[in-house]
Design a protein around this ligand. Sequence first.
Ligand code: ADP
Ligand code: MG
Length: 261
Amino acid sequence: MAEIIAILNQKGGCGKTTTAVNLSAALATMGRRVLVIDMDPQGNATTGLGIEKNAHDSTIYSVLTGQDHLKDAILGTEIPGLDMIPSNISLSGAEIELSKEVGYHAILDMAMDGVSYNYDYIFIDVPPSLGILTINCLVAADSVIIPIQAEFYALEGMADLLEAIQLVETRLKSPAPIKGILLTLYDSRTRLGRDVYENVKEYFGQTENIFKTTIPRNVRLAEAPSHGKPCITYDEESRGSLAYMELAKEIINLEGGEDNK
Ligand code: ADP
Ligand code: MG
């Protein structure tokens, strides 16, 4: 059965989508069966995995609004073992539509029923807000990865994010523990980078796992989406790709699994 991992932080631009795309591609190249669910109306994970976001009638929007079964919205990608469910701007109207449904927090969770048997990992690329779509992602998830951009305001908003995770656990009885905190756009050579790392350690170090792998700022990671490829296949030797491969190994090792299945 798959582990369902939501990649979230309500801040835009902290590397959620880059992580969803490249971590899942890295795990797939290591022989894991992976599904990415794009829950962001911007559809960046969709484009980044080489899928034309307006070319498909079945999207996560049609799934959440009950027009399609989730399994019918699954598309293959160029990478063997890596599937995805696309999103596009139509999803932006879903918050209001879903809020009228009974049990609206759990619509994604219920839609995912049964799909988990076909995968080792399911990653959810979460939109940059703490609204209904994000709550649906948290209810569906077994755990979360929080990417944090190594910048001055890195921890701003973190209390709200942790409170949302806490409320989903206590009120909706659906715990999604933090699998790890991931430092992104990180440059260990700068004072700022090192300071932010120290602050993150101070904030989370006693209680939560901070991934040993950090993701460097790397231009190849930023270029890859315009070629419709994860960096993992666009430039496998780039520092960005190597970092996401390292992170994939770290995640496999957390399960106590061996690297080459
Ligand atoms: P989010 O999904 O959190 O909004 P993205 O993953 O889309 O963030 O990243 C925001 C922007 O920064 C994108 O243009 C992306 O290509 C770029 N980016 C993300 N991570 C890196 C990195 N490690 N190095 C260089 N550019 C990055
Ligand atoms: Mg994104």
